[in-house]
Design a protein around this ligand. Sequence first.
Ligand code: FUL
Length: 486
Amino acid sequence: MTRPALPAIALSISSLAAAQVAPPAPPTPHGACPSPAQLAWHDLEFYGFLHFTTNTFTDREWGNGDESPGIFNPTGLDARQWATTARQAGMKALILTAKHHDGFCLWPSRYTEHSVKNSPYKNGKGDVVGEFITAARDENLLVGLYLSPWDRNHADYARPAYIEYYRNQWKELIASYGPLFEIWFDGANGGDGYYGGARETRTIDRTTYYDWPGTNKLILSLNPDAIIFSDAGPGCRWAGNESGYSDETSWQTINLDGMYPGVSHDHLAHGDKNGTHWVGVEVDVSIRPGWFWHEKENDKVKSPEQLVELYYKSIGRGANLLLNVPPDPRGLIHENDAASLRGMKRILDATFARDLLHAAKCSSTNIRGNAPAAFGPALAVDADPASYWATDDATTTGELLAELDTPITLDVIRLKEAIALGQRVEAFAIDYWDGAAWKELTKGTTIGPRRILRTDPITTTKLRLRITQSLAAPTITEFAAFKRPT
Ligand code: FUL
C-alpha cells in the first residue's frame, strides 16, 4: 500500500490558509463619496432648530430690522430646558438662530449695537448664544448656528462692506463658541427693510453678492469639520421644501453646477444619480405652522403621530431631520411642544427597540471574493455599522435571504448602504415566505444612508432582500425588521 503524498496535502492546506487570511479588497468607492465629517453628520439623523429673536416678542415671522432691543426680555430663559427637551426627544444636536433676518444678535457681538447687550435681558449682560452652547454641550449635544445672510437692520446690507461684517461675525462666533457641527445659511434674501434708517428696498444678485466660496473657505479654515448647509451645500443641502419630507428616490449626490445658496432648484430633494458632489439632504420643518413662537399656534403643535410621519418621510428616506421647536417669550420650549416630542419618542422607541432579523441565518446569491467572513450576508444583520454584505464587482444585482427559527411579525423594514463607498442601489424589493410561496412585501428605489419602509404586518420565518438594480456592486450594511406598536 502506498501512502498519500504528504507534502502535496500540506501545500494545498497552506495555500487554503493563505486564501483565508487575505480577503478580497473592498469595492472601489463609487462616484462622489462623503467626507469623514459628512459620514459622521449622516449618523446624527435627528436634531433640533431653535428660532428665537425679537420676533418672539412681536408675534412676527420676519422682523423688519427696526425693532428696539428693548423688547427682547425673556423672563425665565433656561437653555438647559432646551437641551434636556432635545436630548429626551432623541435629538443629537441643536442649531440656534444667532441672528435672523431682523439682524438682532443673540450674543453681544462687538460689531453691532443691535444685540442682547442693549436689551433688558440680564441688564444687557446676557449672552443667549453662550448659554445655549454651554447647556447643549452639557447634555452631550452638538451645536450649530444660523446667521442670516439677509440683514434688514444693517445700514450696509447690499453693499460690499456688509460682507465684511457678515464674515467678521462668523469669525467671532466660531472663535467664541466653536467648534460648530453645522453652519446654517438660509436662502431668504433682499427686499425691504430698515437698513440703518434708510427704510428702502434692496436687492442683491444671489449668485455673486455674497461670494460664498470665499465665506465657505474662511469658515472651513476656522472650523474644518463644519457641515455648511445651504441650497447648494457644500456640506449638506436643503430638501427644497419646509413641509418635512425628502423624495422617495433620493441621491445624496448632486450636480452643483449652477447652484447657489438662496437659489432654489426643483431637484434638491431627489438629487442626481452619479452627481458630481456628495451633499447630504437635510429636511427642515417646524413643529408649529410658523418658525417662531406665536401664542395663537399653541394648539397647532404637530401631534406625536404627525411627527412620526415626518420621521418616515425624512429620516426614513435617508435625510437628516432638523425639527424646529421655538422657545416662547419666557425663553422656554412650550409644554405642548415638549409633550409632542415625548410622544414621538415613545412611539419610535417602541418601534425600533428590537431588530427582529438580528443574527438571523443568512445566505446570498453572491459573496464578494467568496469570502463570507469579510463580505458575507450575515454582516448585514450583525448590528455592526462598519461591516457589510458585498458582491463581486461584476455583480450589480443579488439576493440576501434571512431565515429565522421561529416566526416573526413585522411591519417595518430598514436598509442601509455602506455609504463611505458611495451611494449605489437604484432599486430593490423585499419578499417574504408565506408558508407556501414567496410574496413581494414592498419595494423601493434608492437606499443611501437609510431607507425605512412601513408595510402591512406579516408573519414569516423567511425574508428576502432583492437588489434589482445598482450602479456598482451593492454594499449593504443593514437589513433589519421591526414591529410598530399597536
Ligand atoms: C427661511 C427663513 O426665511 C425662515 O424665517 C426660517 O428661518 C427658515 C428656516 O429659513 O429661509
